[in-house]
Write a protein that binds this ligand. Sequence first.
Ligand code: TPP
Length: 512
Amino acid sequence: MNGAQALIRTLVDAGVDVCFANPGTSEMHFVAALDDVPEMRAVLTLFEGVATGAADGYARMTGRPAATLLHLGPGMGNGLANLHNARRGRAPMVNVVGDHARSHKRLDAPLESDIDAVAGTFSSWVRRSLAPADVAADAAEAVAAIANGGIATLVLPADVSWEEGAEVARPLPARPRPRVAPSVVEEVAAVLAGSEPAVLFLGADAVTEDGLLAAGQVSAGTGARLMTETFPARTARGAGLPDVARLPYPPEMAMAALAGTKHLVLAGATAPVHFFGYPGVPGHPVPEDCTVHVLSEPGEDGGAALRALAELAAPDARPELLEASRPELPTGELTPRAMAAVIGALLPERAIVVDEALTSGVGLMELTSGAPRHDWLALTGGAIGDGLPMALGAAVACPDRPVIGIQADGSAMYTISALWSHAREEADITTIVCDNGSYAILQHELSRVGAAGDGERAAKLLDLGGPGLDFVALAQGMGVPASRATTAEELADQLRAALAEPGPHLIDAVLR
Ligand SMILES: Cc1ncc(C[n+]2csc(CCOP(=O)(O)OP(=O)(O)O)c2C)c(N)n1
């Protein structure tokens, strides 16, 4: 068999059976080999940022890597922003990046670039397969290397794909997740047994259902407050789980949320820092006199550590759990808060919410907290344009669950072509575009960083009007049924209808 056939078969045998792809000439043998290995589902995306964001969403929902197929350095570069988000969320992923045939490499052909240099910025594992005989073993190693999170990038020269002489490699055992030492759990239990105000700061596997229940038990028994990172990769939420606040994004609110805390215990999270530096503002919200303790690092078995902590620090406590509750359906003006109330009122059980709402997300957390159980995917790395692709990946991962994308308009435009893949894959995704006609967050940031704020030319760079974006036409042009809502009632009616039907929908929510 040729290198491409052996590679794909090896990936499938190792459990990687979805590939989000945007191929070129150097990947033609990989494309042809898909017909020899029908277990590999290939999903065409029309931009590499869609492929990488979809692989991120897929990994968050399955815990398993998808592959991406990317065309040399420029194709991989197009996927970089969402590779960055995936790296920040520790999503496992295997990139297959096609390259020139070995003999062609030294000719400096037009698509030649330094693939390895760029791959190094987001990959925890990079390898160039040098011969058909190596490619399958390289692929097996790639999958094993990222079993606990991280991005593997396998550079595949075209002739290594097309030459015969390759053989399938067996999957390698994944390294077990590092466990937290009992002495660490004991130290944290001793801290929480004291009377000083403590916060248990949660991320990664501490915000799964199990992690949250254990954290809730610790909180009930010790009085420690619970808080999650600002943008965890995937959070279990809804009635029957503890009510856990998120660390707010704006620096002054984040500092207020942690004020008075004497002990910050990290479980699956790193110590928080503000997204940006601002004149005269400290770089992080942790109070000066607060001690930071590490229960578990991201990537360690934090769920087991939390359960052990609950046993030790709060053996008889019962977590306080959210009652089922939904907001009333609002009427009238379609404000961001009204949109949040409509979503809270109608959110179906087992929904996957992909949140790239940005400034329009005010009220979303509060108004959905008592909804039926759901999962929430956030923008881990702050690089916008992840929402529509992640929704695709989540829908491919969980075809029996409704996916609801709450999608800021400016960010939607980065990867708008994802809608075509929503339609092509008949994915059950309802996208609600938060249509505020602007880069609203940057209007706040302009004054927050102390830049002048009333210049006409500056304002033009933050305004999406003239021409206005017609999201209904954009969606329909890519095969996604779409409608426009200008009142709370219209949004509720259209959301109900979209949720009742399988397949993709888009609602352009024109916000006041
Ligand atoms: C890849 C990338 N490019 C640029 C930015 C800078 N940026 C942050 S928010 C934003 C505009 C967001 O506007 P929109 O999505 O409409 O949301 P809104 O602020 O209106 O809520 C931009 C351009 C970024 N975060 N990531």
